[in-house]
Design a protein around this ligand. Structure first.
Ligand code: ISE
Length: 342
């Protein structure tokens, strides 16, 4: 029988997931929709034949709900994820796990006390075919020892409130997870370089910025974050290893035209065109895992580590200094191995 899902928060991402669950995902159906805005909840619920439950915690505890997808604002996550753990229900939580390190670590501990993984984080890039291939190339030794990772993350536009700190927490968070995923080690420090800003940025916002991460073994990761290019959605990653390098996210759908002696193609205009496959795969695998009472993807520790790195990143924006990341012990790991997250 189908996994019965409650979707909490049906803004852009939540509505996207609700529609995907209703139309493209096998083995699941959305039975409950919840949103801070009643009209928005009613609209989405009506569209997909679900019930509206006005209180998010009630939606989680609803006896007809087997699993929960959280796409509410970050500040609501701590309480809602904890309620999923209390109810013993698998949850797919959009980033961030929570809005501060302590509340994120509390969820790491709560899940560990429960003894089984229930919390999956919505770091969808781990399901993108190109990132999967890049990771495979690294793991199988195809690049030799990976030395550097260079990331580019450009959005065509963002709302006015997207200041430098927001860019770290909301955008750079993806490269934080990508770096941890590809290199299989923790990030230990963050530096942020703020240069000349685009005239499209509000006063005081440094857009673009260059972020530099160091990892536990001393590798370097760079990230160009530029969210007001006015052009397209460009997410690229290059890994430079001792015996080779590889780049993903190069402009897709490159076509040649022979008629006018030009060549060209289209750059993915938005996140759906670039990561639609990743979201679909993520959701389908989560549904399959949640039906067995577990998860299949980045977990609560990955969510905590990303929050800790982004906190350091925000300090790095404010101070211009290199800011260390100090993670607490990973449950089940010997204290000395905690920093490696192994
Ligand atoms: C947004 O929150 C996302 O998750 C997108 O993937 C990212 O490209 C964008 O920069 C973020 O603001």
């Amino acid at each position: 029988s189908d996994l019965r899902v409650a979707v909490l928060g049906v803004g852009m991402m939540g509505a996207f997931h609700a529609d995907a669950l209703a139309t493209r995902t096998k083995g699941a159906r959305v039975v409950v929709v919840n949103d801070f805005a009643p009209d928005k909840a009613a609209e989405v619920a009506g569209r997909i034949g679900a019930r509206v439950v006005a209180d998010p915690l009630e939606a989680i505890r609803d006896p007809e709900v087997d699993a929960v997808l959280i796409a509410t604002p970050g500040k609501a996550h701590a309480e809602q994820v904890q309620a999923c753990l209390d109810a013993g229900k698998p949850v797919l939580c959009e980033k961030p796990l929570t809005t501060d390190e302590d509340s994120s670590y509390a969820l790491v501990e709560a899940e560990a006390a429960l003894g089984r993984p229930l919390v999956q984080l919505g770091f969808m890039r781990r399901f993108d075919a190109e990132y999967v291939a890049l990771k495979e190339l690294i793991t199988t030794g195809g690049l030799g020892n990976p030395l550097l990772v260079h990331c580019t993350h450009r959005n065509p536009s963002v709302p006015e409130f997207f200041n430098s700190e927001f860019m770290i927490r909301d955008s750079v968070v993806h490269e934080v997870d990508v770096a941890r995923f590809l290199l299989d080690e923790e990030i230990t420090s963050v530096r942020v370089l703020r240069g000349v800003a685009t005239s499209a940025a509000p006063a005081g916002t440094s857009d673009p910025m260059i972020v530099v991460f160091e990892t536990a073994s001393g590798r370097l990761v760079t990230d160009e974050i530029y969210v007001r290019t006015g052009i397209a959605y460009e997410v690229r990653t290059e890994v430079v290893g001792e015996t080779g390098s590889a780049t993903i996210g190069l402009d897709q759908n490159l076509v040649r035209t022979s008629t006018d002696g030009r060549w060209g193609g289209q750059i993915t205009p938005g996140f759906v065109e670039r990561f639609g496959q990743a979201y679909d795969t993520e959701l389908q695998r989560w549904v399959a895992a949640a039906s067995r009472g577990t998860i299949d993807g980045p977990g609560v520790w990955d969510g905590y580590a990303a929050v800790a790195v982004c906190e350091a990143g925000v300090k790095a924006v404010q101070t211009g200094e290199k800011v260390p990341v100090e993670l607490k012990a990973k449950p089940g790991a010997p204290a000395s191995a905690a920093a490696l997250g192994t």
